[in-house]
Design a protein around this ligand. Structure first.
Ligand code: SF4
Ligand code: SF4
Length: 378
């Protein structure tokens, strides 16, 4: 049996920087004592994953700023989905978490790496282990990172870091090592309540300043953020909001769902977007060649593992624009602005040339143009 060896927060931070964390003057690893989670609900409590947990470790990894550029230009979506979202969370970021977890174990402590899923489902199944919480327990990674002193949740519900602003993804490790804790960041340090994220959210998902909010306490400090409408956000992000999805316009012309005012739940938004994205129709025709209902969704899901249609226009890109212009974050010196040109949004289907009705307006050669050589085949 291995003996516990000396392990400190400084050692973990040093290793993280060495293996590619790139903190640029700010910490990318933070530590919280488990006591900071005393108000966490059952389905998000670290002790319900690892009962011996003494310290929670959060690790942030920056999203490359330029990965947003294709969406900002309205020309290329794969980069954002791949480098900023799916593969960053499933491949690049866990490399640091995995190395740190094994380093901690080499010192004789347990280190439970936690995948940043969301406790967003409400299972009806009975507890598989009687007396224990119903799975799937998952910690809230943004709250954990805040408890570890790495930054704060902004009004948009996105985690904000003092160096990279809204451009980070988060990983966590639960350990039984008692590590030196980091101080909490004072609320309001990074989110200045500029409210730029609100009008730029194509789904109208981020409430205005008098809208609903969530407030939590960590060590007697109060942190609040907007209670983002997750049905609207998910419907937009996953491609059924005409304002920001050229693919919806191309493959479902005329479909005008009132996403900005919908009351659909997050789960229903997932169900609709993924069902539509994966659907097929038996009859290819000149209007829609091929059998996939939305070939783009099929392509990006296959190659990038996910789809992130709105490119976080309000909650990340507009916040980033504000943070850089206000020099409120460390990494703020870029030659090209976040939005080099006007912010684009697509016109509603009723303003389209075809109005979504192809007959008599497009492909007219099949039905409306006189056939001047009718019957001339030989
Ligand atoms: S844009 Fe950023 S800083 Fe401004 S209110 Fe939204 S989250 Fe806060
Ligand atoms: S991901 Fe898009 S729809 Fe969702 S909150 Fe951010 S800007 Fe709004």
């Amino acid at each position: 049996m291995s003996e516990n060896k000396k392990l400190t927060s400084r050692m973990l931070k040093g290793l993280a920087k060495k293996i590619g964390g790139c903190g640029e003057g700010g910490e990318i690893v933070g530590v919280a004592p488990i006591s900071r989670f005393s108000e966490a609900p059952e389905r998000m409590h670290p002790l319900n994953i690892f009962p011996d947990c003494k310290s929670v470790i959060s690790i942030v990894m920056p999203i490359p700023r330029s990965a947003y550029r294709g969406v900002t230009e309205g020309t290329h979506w794969n980069n954002y989905t791949y480098y900023s979202y799916n593969r960053l969370n499933t491949v690049f970021r866990p490399i640091v978490t995995d190395e740190l977890a094994r380093f901690i174990e080499a010192h004789g402590f347990e280190a439970v790496p936690v995948y940043p899923g969301v406790a967003e489902m409400y299972p009806e199944n009975p507890d598989p282990v009687p007396g224990r919480p119903v799975p799937d327990v998952n910690i809230n990674v943004r709250i954990a990172a805040m408890a570890c002193g790495l930054g704060e949740i902004g009004w948009s519900k996105v985690f904000l870091h003092p160096v990279f602003g809204p451009r980070v993804r988060i990983g966590n490790i639960l350990t039984d090592a008692e590590l030196e804790a980091d101080p909490l960041i004072k609320p309001g340090t990074i989110c200045k309540r500029c409210m730029k994220c609100v009008p730029d959210c194509p789904g109208n998902a981020i409430p205005g300043k008098d809208g609903p909010k969530i407030t939590i306490k960590i060590d007697n400090r109060e942190y609040s953020w907007g209670d983002v409408h997750m049905g609207r956000c998910t419907a937009t992000h996953h491609g059924i909001n005409y304002k920001c999805s050229p693919f919806l316009k191309r493959y479902f012309p005329g479909l005008n769902l009132d996403i900005e005012n919908t009351n659909m739940s997050e789960e229903l938004a997932y169900k609709i977007t993924h069902a539509l994205g994966g659907a097929s129709w038996y009859r290819p025709n000149p209007e829609f060649p091929g059998k996939m209902a939305n070939p783009y969704i099929k392509q990006i899901m296959t190659h990038c593992g996910y789809m992130a249609n709105c490119g976080a226009k309000g909650c990340i890109r507009s916040c980033m624009e504000f943070q850089e212009k206000a020099h409120n974050i460390v990494q703020d010196e870029f030659k090209t602005p976040v939005f080099p040109g006007p912010k684009w949004k697509l016109q509603p289907p009723e303003a389209d040339e075809t109005g979504g009705i192809v007959e008599k307006k497009a492909l007219t050669g099949f039905f409306q143009d006189p056939d001047i050589d009718a019957g001339q085949w030989s």
